[in-house]
Design a binder for this molecule. Sequence first.
Ligand code: SAH
Length: 373
Amino acid sequence: MNESTKTNLMGMTREELAGFFVAHGEKPFRAVQVLKWIHQRGITDFSAMTDLTKGLRIWLSEHAEVRAPEIVMTQAARDGTHKWLLRLDDGNCIETVFIPEEGRGTLCVSSQVGCALDCSFCSTARQGFNRNLTAAEIIGQLHAARGHLQPEEGQSRVVSNVVLMGMGEPLLNFEPVVAAMSLMLEDNAYGLSKRRVTLSTAGVVPALDRLRETGLQVALALSLHAPNDALRDQLVPLNRKYPIADVLAACRRYVGNGGHHSRVTVEYVLLDGINDSQAQARELAALLRDVPCKINLIPFNPFPESRYRRSTGAAIDRFRDILVQAGYTTITRRPRGDDIDAACGQLVGRVEDRSRRELRFARLQGPPGAALS
Ligand code: SAH
């Protein structure tokens, strides 16, 4: 049997895997055994799964496979941040970043090849959108990273936190993202606490409500970046569809009604002279008054041809002080891995843009028909 016709077990949730085994006349508990081999021990070779019967191991090796994206390049930054370039089956590449910190290690995972949202300050946006990742490709980033990182002495978990803050908008790739997150939380797989798995979104309101209905209760981050609709329309074009009031209402429903009473992390990229004034800090403080939240200020990370500058240190401090005085827990994110372009908004992978932005732009800018000649 040829590789591509085999069923890839990498992205299957416990329920899906149990269904797979039952459909082949096996007991559902096989799912738990296989999940542990794949995700806890990092084993992808069925012949090494010694608690399965010999016959089942042979049958699996003929009909199934366990495949993660392949690491084609690794870069390590001076501060210990790692960035991997992972190649997918179709030749597209995505980036995954590991950020070690005192007492924890955070993996920043991509959810799409490219991104369709076109936020004006993000380098992924410049690549356009190619396709959604499968659940196997999303959880495969965690699998690959864990295989690559050796735990240091006394550390049981190298990757203790996962943030869906890499390339793509996770809520526009709903089912695969939910399947991958349930594997992150699953005791027989990665067993991460739901507070340590964070989905970051630009605010896809209906999908936020669907996420609440899944009951997964992962932590939520909102990429806000502006204190009013007029400015946010410019920075995050999705805002024209789902304006701030609707997005914040959905966030309140998410953190309030789920019964877990957490706080949403509001992300705010500070752009020099654009969204970093003291008046805008006060406007933001007023806007978030009824939202249980903490605020994460992110100094802008430049990339080639980005049209923005990072706010000055003094502006960042003033902005933070106003929020702190208004009673908000406010953290300024230290840029990590920026010497290898692994910082927020610098992930690009290698994407073949299927949204044909270049052509659209050429049409907009050139004389009629110029782009086609
Ligand atoms: N689409 C999702 C997840 C990916 S973005 C979202 O919008 O939340 C990950 C975070 O990096 C977001 O908060 C995003 O706004 C921020 N970011 C994007 N470009 C950046 C840049 N150039 N500098 C700093 N942060 C950036």
